[in-house]
Design a protein around this ligand. Sequence first.
Ligand code: NAD
Length: 476
Amino acid sequence: MKKKIKYPVYVKFPGKLLIVGFGSIGQGVLPLILRHIGLDKKKISIITADNLGRDVARKEGIPFKIQPLTKDNYQEVLDQYLGKGDFLLNLSVDVSSIALMEYCRERDILYLDTVVEPWLGGYTDPSLSITERSNYGLRETMLAAKKSFGKGPTAVSTHGANPGIVSHFLKRALLNIARDTGLKTKKPKARAEWGALMRKLAVKVVHIAEYDSQVSEKPKKIGRFENTWSVSGFHSEGICQPCEMGWGTHEKHFPKNGHRHKSGCGAAIYLDQPGARTLVRTWTPEHGNFLGRAVTHNESVSIADYFTVRKGRKTIFRPTVHYAYRSCDASILSIEECFGKNSELQKEQYILMDDITKGMDELGVLLMGHKKGAYWYGSQLTIGQTRKLAPYQNATGLQVTAGVLGGMVWAIEHPREGVVEADEMDHERVMEVIEPYLGTMKGAYTEWTPLEGREALFPEDIDKSDPWQFKNILFS
Ligand code: NAD
């Protein structure tokens, strides 16, 4: 007989929990919530827009209803499930995060999401400006809500894997580099101290460097977009939104098609091209150097903003921060196919799950430009490890669902913080909750730079005075 594992219950929650959206992330996080949060199963409900996950809900004994939220009905629908002291977990697409946050704020309900999502059409509506469609612009709407709400029921913004737990990896990585370079430092407490530490260590660039090597037994089907997580989510951020990055103070070459936003925190820029076709040179311990895609993400802006150091009104330090994502083989073929059809999403969509035969999601932060060159710190999680750790998900999903669980535990433990981003949370508490689900946590230094092996076949326009310029990192 299989021995029943006793899982630690990190926190008790007496209220009701409503999960909005039950796709790959919703299904994956449910068993983790049931294991680690002390709440009455009868108080959980799920609402979605389609049949995805109905079987999982039935198996776990959780009521499941198709009740899509819209601008017009969301208050009325949510009122059927939620009241003061409850928890709204938003894992949907096409539902405005800010509207749900406001709803929760007014009724004293805890909240967590994994992206700042707009209502349906918010990534593609031609009447919107690029700033409005960008993650920079969406994050500004969240910052405005944060400011106007002040302290109140905790609403954790964008706490999955990335955005989410990579912000906690980054703080660990900084402390590791400080230790390994002999910099005596106390663990920073406030935002300004973290920025000062990064500046002292002379980190110039932070990549969220991810290589997803999961493959299916079946080759990619022509005419179908395949991925290891939300296809519509990846299409929105990779193909419909512009490439975005936190723009560092060490950068000497502003990109030809780059733009600054006219208002807001000023930490990031965007390019007149989508991230899924913005290839960048990056590095992870398992694969060495490779090409990733600078797909826009909230953490590229939030990390750059959080670690900005100012003297009076002048910005004196900021790292360049962006995603360098080598998505799974099937998704790369899907992206090419989609661009060939003028960026229109394939009608058929598919998330690789039980058919995955091998592979790993290697997700971490790569800190470059300091005394020891470059340092990667993060999670190496194979599909085999994933299947032993938790049901209903692949390795990519588990890194995200662990983040959702960690964020929920933190929110329940800190219920009056108002709107918070991962960068503002206690990273060690969250790490304690998520680490058992992340496979191997690895830290590795490398002498690799983006100048390695250059100009072997053709002349190139590079800046040898500083390898860590975006100009040198950009491939195309
Ligand atoms: P999915 O595409 O598998 O599922 C989306 C779910 O949203 C479905 O259950 C669908 O029915 C539901 N939905 C769609 N429209 C809705 C509506 N109007 N009302 C209610 N529900 C609606 O997506 P997923 O892979 O589970 O991802 C969920 C969210 O998490 C997405 O926004 C995605 O971008 C985000 N995500 C974040 C991270 C991260 O690391 N931060 C990683 C992966 C996914």
